[in-house]
Design a protein around this ligand. Sequence first.
Ligand SMILES: Nc1ncnc2c1ncn2[C@@H]1O[C@H](COP(=O)(O)OP(=O)(O)OP(=O)(O)O)[C@@H](O)[C@H]1O
Ligand SMILES: [Mg+2]
Length: 483
Amino acid sequence: LTSQVELVAYDDPEFHDSLERANIRGVSVASAVVSSAINVVTAAVGIAAAAGVLGVLHPVLLPLLLLAVLPDAWATVRGARMRYSTMYSLIPARRRKWIIAELLADREPAAEVRSFTMRGFLLRMYDAVARAEQEVLLTLARRQTLAGLVGEALGGLGTALVYVALGVLLAVAAIPLAVAGTAVLAIRTGQSSLANLLYATNRLYEDGLYFTDFLQFCADAERRVPAARSAAVPEGFERIVADDVTFTYPGADQPALRGVTVEIKRGEVIAFVGENGSGKTTLAKILSGLYEPDTGTVSWDDVDLADVSPDDLRLRTAVIAQDHTRWPLTARYNITMGTDKGEPALVAAASVAGADEVVAGLPHGYRTLLDRRFKDGCELSGGQWQRIAVARGFHRDADLLICDEPTAALDARAEHALFERIRDHSEGRTVLLITHRLASVRYADRIYVLDHGKVTEQGDHQALMALNGLYAELYTLQAAAYR
Ligand SMILES: Nc1ncnc2c1ncn2[C@@H]1O[C@H](COP(=O)(O)OP(=O)(O)OP(=O)(O)O)[C@@H](O)[C@H]1O
Ligand SMILES: [Mg+2]
């Protein structure tokens, strides 16, 4: 199941909610359900015995016993429901508390927590959330107590009725004294068995609520996992086409892409440019099969990506992500990602953006652990990390290389080396380049300009400059700074 969860949309807040509601400890919830079920059966047997005795003694005693216990049953079931719905409603508050605690204690935000003097602010926010949570929990306790009180009072009334009935039966001589004595014993045993039954049923009911969530979550996860797909990604494609693609992030009210059509031919360098939030990263993720379009198709030659196993596709694409991960592994694993193709491939990939220089400066070379939480671990600078991320993309040696802002943190020399490498097509790679450094997209075979999720301009540098649209404006703006 965990691997299913990783496969399905990790970007859907609702899915996260249902995951938290299901508590994901499906096994422990299931075992709780089983043990409560056993307790229910045990208690039921006890009651059946007591009820049998009472039934034999006098038929009136049996329904009276129920009267003494049903109000209690009502109160406990009601309490369980209240607790469940309260816990459900508290999920965002708990998540908020947990996130604030992490922010206050983690290494990454520590510098900004200090420089923006966030400590007091975060603590106050934590207090406010905790107070609100406490308020909700107190209200729950009050309501549960009230329901319990009503249940117990009615139950007590029922018990009194039972004893009155017993007295009456005794007085009218419907039963002899010895039988009445036995009945009292049977009623007390029956009541304690019933109390056990109630407790166990209540547990079963409450665990059942959580377990139902868990089952729903599993069904949801199952639905999101793509069915087995048999089509093979064409070896060395001729062209990749995204046709009229629309995509909206789960829970978002605006689509991130609206009717986008782009084409990438083998060996080309294609660039996506556009302002922040225009949809470049989203489109790249769709082209590499990380997201599925809501409408429209993406195809490699004649194969629709909807028919291709995502893992197959991912082996054919390499991504230098805009928000690359800083893997807490050795420098070597940070580049090879567990696929060892030998030393020459590693060194060649590392040389592209100067990751080799970074590694040369590390105490144990490629074997240096890039995580300071371990002894002898090293920390890199932002740009050094980006060089490693670039090397990772090149090491994969895939049919399609997607570079999403690969140079944002690189120094001028490293940036130049990377763009040279991309430009001279020497490896016959197909490259999708996303960047705000417009000087480096001049040499792209085709440039797509995205604006608010739409392709508004396309063509090579000359054509777009002649068009005098958004691209020309952005380009001129940037070029002016260098004059
Ligand atoms: N993971 C996400 N979940 C929900 N909405 C998202 C997510 N990522 C991006 N968006 C939204 O989708 C739109 C397009 O985002 P995208 O990341 O594709 O922009 P971009 O063109 O790559 O911008 P940038 O130049 O800043 O990298 C934005 O409006 C953004 O708010
Ligand atoms: Mg982006």
